[in-house]
Design a protein around this ligand. Structure first.
Ligand SMILES: Nc1ncnc2c1ncn2[C@@H]1O[C@H](COP(=O)(O)OP(=O)(O)OP(=O)(O)O)[C@@H](O)[C@H]1O
Length: 825
């Protein structure tokens, strides 16, 4: 088994060589590289046979026919033909993205006339992803394979009309939501740039990032123009921040990868834009020209670089310098009518690319450079192959090792693990090393429950902060009243269509179809013609606004590293865990038959599957009732089923548990609060079970519910006296009329009672209308039960028996009959 450390060492050396070769190669190619992509003509059905009439192309040259006998020549680092695929484009960009792992700041821009395919290149399509999803995936995979642990964070913003907007903050464009804090650009004395108040989310797997990315894209400002029906009216910036400690060969401890989908450059005369569209176009053109100035100044090594001329260049200031890698993807249209814009775009690209390279290099020098570049490329490829081979060998050895030792032996630790632990104990903060505590937890997991450390003992030995559950906030202690400083606020948008919910997602987001449009006055339309997310914003008390990070178990390794992130990096940031962020963005469905006053989150768990969350629904807390909507699994159309709980907020306390009526196995649990994530609730449940045996009333505040089952709708009544506000929704009306019919068909009252229908009929006292829906208010009085003669007799007998016992007791103490009679009275 000594083979394995040797192979690891070889892998380590190889990685170093590969990295060095890649950097040399990229340095030779230049820190600022420009690619050109020509969009296929929409009229061409088969791109493969496309013959661009306007262009004559090879792998790095473009000849543009500007007149019958005249053409202009342009040279690029790479030219992508109209039929080039997303894979081909990405394979050229990948080495630049990989250099982010080596600690370089990297900027990738998509530039071009509106409608030429910038968003297509960056975002791609669901079945054909673009540079952003592919790049993030490659980055995460490479980081996982590397010898170090990386911490990734994700942020997304847009620059709209010269203003920064956080695309991951709750949507402040809707009036009812508290405005997201303004973003501002802060420069550190060392030249670093930070965007103050930008939402920063720690991510560890690809799916998380994609969900966030899709969420952010929905809030991007887009509109229909003469040229593009879904034209981006802003610059969209995606930032991946990478932190890696103790990797001395990396350029920096923390660096950034920016992927920017720039707004389309446009000739305003041609687009015939007016009003807001005109202003947007002007703002985009201005900032693009400022970007061109900056890159040109960098290329020509001018002493002054005009970063301050636009917000775009200010934000990217520390990622556009000589110590960074910049890649500009210029997009052009193949159409003859776009010739002027094409010349402008290619002119911009030439200005960016060739200022010093083409002017200063002689033909011989260029040939020499290209030869050594080709050799370097070969070397990089060769090293990549060797790395791959070594990786395969390691995997094989690990499998063999597992096979030989058996999977459950806690003393097993692969070389990989010990290598990790060596790395991790190198942190000089003197605390218990993470690796050792993780091993302890793992080891204790294999012990019988009575031998495992309790929560208290874990606290004592300082293990709890490695436990994802314990790093989280404990559930709020049930109190009569919710703290007024913690409340949930919802954005309400007109909705139509069916609601749906992501059943199996860790933190599901429901979506409703919307057809909202921003008002004319700001002129921005939603990018989504179809569905749109609605947001639930949770507002924390003042003291809770400090950076918050929710850590998942996968993130354990990052805890130490995160704690070590220099203050400047976390300063003033709103650090959020992905669960937390997505918890903030929860659908709210407009309902015409409930009164909105307070809202809480609801979590439904699968009883049989030990707390697996199956849905997260939105609960509306009306003045006196709670309506929970949960997916109706019986229905094929993914409809939501309404469950109503009747009672006041005070009656329910901080949390309660209800049975989902249509499926007995589903338990809905809601928190009258904010940031309890699903896994946290599961942990809470397990915690109660372990420490107290059975969940008790004090722990979980399970309300005693008296259930009524009615097909279609379900009601659970709580409390001895409650005022029920019940909506006359169409379904309910139908149900009631159905019940009445059935009752009328009954021969006698006994018949009706037998069919359990009588008790379901609401006793209507008065009717009211809210939100256009008719509502009946019914007052339920506690039933006075008649006590039978037998029970009365038994009670008298009990009193006499007690009295006799007392008498005997007092007599044995020597007390008189008078005292005894007095006491009895
Ligand atoms: N290489 C390509 N292959 C197939 N379709 C493409 C390609 N490039 C662009 N398209 C299509 O062209 C249309 C416009 O593309 P896109 O929206 O990406 O342009 P854009 O440059 O981002 O425009 P704007 O600047 O207005 O946002 C889209 O329908 C897109 O699918």
């Amino acid at each position: 088994m000594m083979e394995e450390p040797m192979i690891q060492l070889k892998r380590f050396k190889l990685t170093l060589h590969r990295r060095q070769a890649l950097n040399d190669y990229l340095d030779l190619k230049g820190n600022i590289r420009v690619f050109c992509r020509i969009r296929p003509s929409p009229t061409d059905v088969n791109y493969a046979y496309y013959k661009p009439p306007l262009f004559n192309l090879d792998s790095s040259n473009v000849s543009l026919r500007v007149a019958d006998n005249k053409s202009k020549q342009y040279r690029f680092d790479k030219v992508f033909h109209p039929h080039s695929t997303q894979e081909e484009v990405f394979s050229e960009i990948e080495p630049v993205i990989n250099s982010a792992l080596d600690g370089y700041n990297v900027c990738i821009f998509a530039y071009g006339q509106t409608g030429t395919g910038k968003t297509y290149t960056m975002e791609g399509q669901p079945d054909n992803p673009g540079v952003v999803p592919r790049g993030i995936k490659a980055l995460l995979e490479r980081a996982a394979e590397s010898n170090y642990k990386f911490l990734f964070t994700f942020s997304m913003l847009e620059i709209y009309m010269g203003n920064l907007r956080d695309l991951l903050a709750p949507n402040s464009r809707k009036r009812r939501v508290q405005k997201a804090p303004c973003l501002s650009i802060q420069m550190s004395p060392e030249g670093g740039v930070e965007v103050e108040n930008l939402v920063v989310i720690k991510v560890s797997d690809f799916q998380q990032v994609i969900r966030l990315y899709e969420l952010g894209m929905r809030f991007r400002s887009t509109a229909s123009t003469m040229v593009n029906s879904m034209s981006s009216r802003s610059h969209c910036l995606i930032r991946i921040s990478l932190t890696c400690f103790n990797a001395h060969e990396r350029r920096r401890e923390t660096n950034k990868l920016w992927m920017v989908d720039l707004g389309g450059s446009e000739r305003l005369l041609k687009t015939q834009a007016s009003g807001r569209r005109l202003q947007e176009g002007k703002a985009i053109n201005l900032s693009l020209s400022a970007l061109g100035d900056v890159i040109a100044a960098l290329q020509s090594k001018k002493s002054h670089v005009p970063y301050r001329n636009s917000k775009l260049t200010q934000v990217l200031c520390d990622s556009l310098g000589s110590d960074s890698k910049t890649l500009m993807l210029v997009h052009v249209s193949p159409n003859e009518e776009d010739l002027c814009e094409t010349i402008c775009s290619l002119g911009f690209a030439t200005r960016v690319r060739s200022i010093h390279l083409e002017n200063e290099e002689s033909e011989g020098e260029r040939a020499k450079r290209e030869l050594s570049m080709a050799q370097m490329e070969q070397k990089v490829k060769q090293l990549e192959r060797e790395c791959e081979e070594v990786r395969r060998n390691i995997k094989k050895l690990k499998d063999r090792l597992k096979h030989v030792r058996g999977p459950m032996n806690p003393t097993n630790s692969s070389f990989d693990d010990s290598y990790q632990s060596i790395e991790e104990v190198q942190y000089p903060d003197g605390a218990i090393s993470f690796q050792s505590s993780r091993n302890f937890s793992e080891a204790s997991a294999g012990l019988p429950r009575f031998m495992r450390p309790t929560i208290c003992s874990q606290h004592k030995i300082g293990l709890t902060h490695y436990n994802a559950f314990n790093t989280r906030k404990k559930p709020p202690i049930p109190s009569k009243k919710r703290p007024s400083s913690v409340y949930a606020e919802s954005i309400i948008s007109p909705s139509k269509g069916a609601c749906f919910s992501d059943y199996n997602s860790e933190c599901s987001i429901s979506a409703v179809s919307l057809n909202w449009k921003e008002s004319e006055e700001n002129g921005t339309e939603s990018s989504q013609a179809g569905s749109e997310y609605e947001i639930k914003q949770v507002i924390f008390p003042e003291q809770e606004k400090s950076p918050r990070t929710t850590l998942t178990s996968d993130d354990d390794e990052c805890i130490k590293e995160l704690a070590k992130v220099p203050a400047k990096d976390t300063r003033d940031k709103k650090n959020l865990g992905i669960d937390e962020l997505l918890n903030l963005k929860v659908t709210e469905k407009t309902s015409t038959y409930t009164r909105r006053s307070k809202r809480v989150l609801a979590f439904a768990f699968d009883k049989e599957n030990k707390g697996r969350e199956i849905c997260k629904a939105d609960i509306q807390l009306c003045n006196q009732s709670i309506n929970l909507e949960a997916p109706n699994e019986k229905s094929e159309s993914n409809t939501m089923e309404k469950v109503s709980l009747y009672g006041t907020v005070e009656q329910f306390g901080e949390s309660t548990e209800i049975d989902h009526p249509s499926k007995n196995m589903v338990v809905g649990k809601f928190y009258n609060g904010f940031d309890a994530s699903s896994s946290e609730l599961t942990e809470i449940k397990n915690h109660h079970k372990e420490d107290y045996g059975q969940a008790t009333e004090e722990n979980e505040l399970i309300m005693e519910c008296q259930k009524e089952y009615v097909e279609g709708t379900n009601k659970v009544e709580i409390g001895s006296e409650s005022t029920k506000i019940q909506a006359q929704s169409p379904a309910l009306q139908e149900m009631n009329s159905c019940k009445e019919e059935t009752l009328n068909s009954c021969q006698s009252k006994e018949d009706a009672e037998k069919s359990c229908l009588l008790s379901d009929l609401p006793k209507v006292d008065q009717r009211e209308t809210f939100n256009g829906a008719e509502v009946s208010i019914t007052r339920f009085q506690e039933e006075e039960h008649d006590i039978g003669i037998f029970e009365f007799f038994m009670q008298i007998l009990q009193i006499l028996w007690v009295r006799a016992l007392f008498g005997l007791g007092f007599q044995s103490l020597g007390l008189s009959d008078d005292f005894f009679d007095g006491l009895m009275f």
